[in-house]
Design a protein around this ligand. Structure first.
Ligand SMILES: NC(=O)c1ccc[n+]([C@@H]2O[C@H](COP(=O)([O-])OP(=O)(O)OC[C@H]3O[C@@H](n4cnc5c(N)ncnc54)[C@H](OP(=O)(O)O)[C@@H]3O)[C@@H](O)[C@H]2O)c1
Length: 225
């Protein structure tokens, strides 16, 4: 069975590019999306430079989403651009696609500190996404607690549990995606409603990074599972 491809909207940023590198290492087909095609092509080139034989391409966001078909599309743009970005992708999202919400509603979006949270009216960024996708597209929440710096260090595992929430059928392929990256462990996070708890953990982790001076970011591990 072929594995679903991964398309990363905003894959030119730290988190998206880090995931692209890791999925490329694992041999997944990866599409990097950007608002500007040229930037996507440059990011894809960077991945090819670091990962020999990477199956990676770069496209404008909507074109990348359309090409994703019923694959996995990860939304990797800052929280405050979630709504505007998803509105531009509505037509391009294909039935059967899984949209992964990785966004965190950090208070830095309104000029406050990144160690505090805002609360979207829907309860979480993931549920905000679910309110915007067309019928036939499932939203799954994942990867909010993984640090971009750790993803970029390809020689080291990424020691982190990834709590994956969403409808059971859509949750499964996203949990399987975690197995692509050494050190990551998928934890069944139940329904999408639980995304609010996972998103808020990132604000907590950012505060911990500041207090412990962890430039590359702390990871999350649940024990006795
Ligand atoms: N960084 C981390 O360690 C980390 C950890 C956990 C979760 N996350 C989450 O992952 C997501 C991406 O984080 P990041 O650090 O990679 O963010 P980022 O580098 O600030 O931005 C990612 C990409 O978003 C696109 N973008 C910027 N402004 C935009 C706009 N006005 N409209 C649409 N797209 C825009 C840009 O791509 P183009 O200019 O190429 O379009 C940019 O490269 C966020 O939701 C964040 O909460 C990040």
């Amino acid at each position: 069975l072929t594995q679903p491809s991964v398309t990363i909207i905003g894959g030119t940023g730290d988190q998206g590019l880090g995931l692209a590198l890791r999925f490329a290492v694992a041999g997944r087909e990866v599409r990097i999306g950007s608002r500007v095609e040229q930037r996507a092509l440059e990011a894809a080139e960077q991945v090819k430079q670091r990962v020999r034989g990477a199956a990676v391409s770069g496209l404008e966001n909507a074109a990348a989403t359309q090409r994703a078909g019923d694959g996995i599309v990860i939304l990797s743009v800052p929280f405050e651009h979630t709504v505007s970005t998803l509105k531009t992708l509505r037509e391009a999202l294909q039935p059967g696609a899984i949209l992964v919400s990785m966004g965190v509603p950090l208070a830095s979006a309104i000029g406050d500190v990144a160690s505090r949270m805002l609360t979207p009216a829907q309860g979480s960024v993931a549920e905000l996404c679910a309110s915007l996708v067309p019928d036939g597209v499932e939203v799954v929440s994942a990867f909010q607690n993984v640090a971009a710096h750790r993803l970029a260090e390809l020689d080291a595992p990424v020691e982190c549990d990834v709590i994956v929430s969403g409808a059971p059928k859509a949750r499964k392929p996203v949990m399987a995606l975690c197995d692509d990256i050494p050190g990551l462990r998928a934890i069944d996070g139940g329904p999408l409603y639980n995304a609010r708890y996972v998103e808020s953990l990132t604000a907590l982790l950012i505060g911990i990074n500041i207090r412990y001076k962890l430039r590359h970011g702390a990871g999350l591990r649940l024990t006795y599972i």
